[in-house]
Structures are given as C-alpha cells and as structure tokens.
Design a protein around this ligand. Sequence first.
Ligand code: LLP
Length: 421
Amino acid sequence: MDHFLYRNGILHAEDVSLPEIAAAVGTPFYVYSTATLERHFRLFQEALSPLDHLVCFAVKSNGNIAVLKTLARLGAGMDVVSIGEYLRAKAAGVPGDRIVFSGVGKTREEMRMALEGGIRQFNVESEPELRALSEVAKSLGATAPITIRVNPDVDARTHEKIATGKKENKFGIPIERAREVYAEAACLPGIEVVGIDVHIGSQLTELEPFEQAYLKVAELTAVLRADGHEIRRLDLGGGLGIPYTRSNEAPPLPLDYGALIKRTVGHLGCEVEIEPGRLISGNAGLLVASVIYLKHGEGRDFLILDAAMNDLVRPSMYGAHHDIVPVIEPAPGVDQQPYDIVGPVCETGDTFARARPLPPVGEGDLVAFRSAGAYGAAMASEYNARPLIPEVLVHGQQFAVIRERPTYDEMINRDRLPAWL
Ligand code: LLP
C-alpha cells in the first residue's frame, strides 16, 4: 500500500497534488511519501518483535538524508556500503552504533573513518579484508566489531544481476570455509567477532530461498559456538521484493518474512538485524515526467518524455517494469492504446516500456512512474549532460525540495581545464 492516490481526478502524493509540485519544481522530479516510508518501516518493526532486533535501512536504495532522517526518527539503523553512504547516514543524525558497514571492497581509508566515527559492525567479506581491518584497527588502538558474511550457495531466484548468494557470486565467504575464517578472526588483534551475516539477493518474490539460507546460518551458529565463538548477532540481509505491477504480483509480506525469521533463527537468542531497502523506499516514491512529444512512428506511437534512462536506469539495465500512469485520471472506460514510452537520450536502450497500454496522452501531460523510490534517484547519472533531477518529500499537506536541481553552470563548472588548454 502507498499514499499515491487520485483525488478529484488528480494524482496526489498524500495531500499534495502532483501538478502543484510540478509547477513549483519543474519536471522531471522524484517525489517521496513520508507516510509510506514510515508505514513500511513499521511493518518490519512489527514483523520482528518481540525479537531483539534492529532494522537497518539499505542506504543504497535511497540515500537522501531527508529520507534517512525520516526513518532514523523511528529508530531505524542504516546499512551502508561505502564511506559516502556512512557520511550520509551520519549527516541524517544516525549514531555510529546503529550503522552496519557492508560491501566487498572496503578500503583501509573507509575502515579508518568508520572506526573513528563509530560503527556498529563491519560485515567482512574476505580474508584479505579481515586482515586489513585488523591492521587498521590495531594502528588506531581500536577494536572492530565484525560479522563475517557467509555465502550459503542458495539460489535467490531473482534477476541474475542482483542475486548474490550463489557460490559463483563475488560476495561473502563460502559457508563451508566459515570455521577456518572465524578461527583466524578470533586470533587477530583489533577484531571482535560478534556474529554472522548473510544476504542472498534483492527483489526476492518467494520466502523459500531465505528459509534455506537462514537454516544454514542457524546451523553455522551452533557450530561456531561449539568452536568457542561468541555469536550474539545475526545480520540476515535485505532483499524482500515488492509488487511492481498493481495487478498480478503478490510477494511475501514482511509479517510472513518475520515469522520465517522467528522460525529459523528465533530460538538462538541472538539479536537480529535485517537490511531492507526496496521494500521500505520502493513504493514510497514516484518519478514524475512530462510528455515532450507524441511521435507517430512506423506502426507505433512514441511517447517522448523529459525523463530518461539517466534518471531511472532500471528498465534499460534490468529490463525492469515500472507502472506508468497519467497524473490526470482517465475517464472510466476510456480506450487505451499502446505507446512506446521513451526518453530523449541518444540510444535505443533509453526505452521505459514498449507497447504499453495507456489512455490517450498528449504533449505537456504529466505521467508518473510508480515504484521508483528505490534504486531510482540513487542510480541516476548525468549522462547526456542532463543534470540530476530534484527530489521532493511530502508530509501530509506539506512538501519540500530535499535535493535541488543543479543549474547547468553548477554541473559544468565541476570540470576543470588543464593549464595547456
Ligand atoms: N544488504 C546488502 C548487503 C545488499 O547488497 C542489498 C542490496 C541490500 C541489503 C538491500 O536489498 P533490498 O532490500 O533493497 O532488496 N539496483 C538493483 C538492486 C541492487 C541491490 C543490491 N544490494 C535494482 O534496481 O533492482
């Protein structure tokens, strides 16, 4: 459920009409709903209670500090994968002891900054990383709390580019080798083992792969405890999928996911962390664009928008589907017709949808992409010298620009001419 509904025939974000925002900031823009963000976060809180738990929002899905602060105010922790994301979480007021640091390629500099700024734990993904962290912590006279991310060799049954839990993926340490790596970790100076981490992929639409992975983690917990390690925390990753179409998709609910967690690891007495991104932010955001031209092509009509693949890359990168709806509600029973919905970028990959049925739309009309709050703005680029688009946060009847559209000068003046030019 989200808070983007038609009222009096006009699509609203909570109590604010989208044409009003468009008039204030211009198109294209992203808009997020506070109520939806909060609702989704609370679903996880409820699903995990009464377990001792921390819901760490995956900053990579939407790193705007206003979004982070909205969630942090409700008690969210953060899952970060770079020191940039760490600093975003800090800028949103999240204390270090609520930030977990994931990722396969943390640099020594990132480790140092996180240790100095305060960190809940590092989710370590390889032996070289473990040794580097030990050296950095030792040099600072600090202790780094760690989990080791294990790769359970489970098929997440999702898009191949976002599956992470198979042994051929670059992530984690093969679960069969976990005992030797934990043994090494226990002997390294500056390292304190606190638990186990696993994350098998994103946009999972079934619970079964989670179950397989979490059962393996439960088994490993017993083995590692018998080896003498103190396993008091389990980080179970993110990945719960969302419906991208309104009609036929029904991915598992957070409540069922929570029940699964309790069933598989609840008896271990561990504090449980999860790292959801998409389920919290995805359906809390829209991308709103204007139709520049309606172009009649060979046997097809192209709807050319002012948003492009640089603003929302998911359709061209993963073949992802986003529902696209007119901001002015079509009259009931109006005939739909197929459009190829495209952006202005100079490649055929800049196509959002082919032969997508829509009620008749024309130049200047506003359309909204649903489910764009996760991995939308976060993955945007300036390709084709198109400045990053603004982000707007709605809260009831209020809205605020939470990232401004840069001017062309600001974009261009980041470049420098060398002396010989
Ligand atoms: N934790 C770790 C370690 C992750 O790698 C990810 C996502 C998450 C948590 C959050 O997963 P979520 O709950 O959002 O599924 N750009 C792609 C998604 C990439 C996900 C990468 N890792 C997309 O647009 O579909």
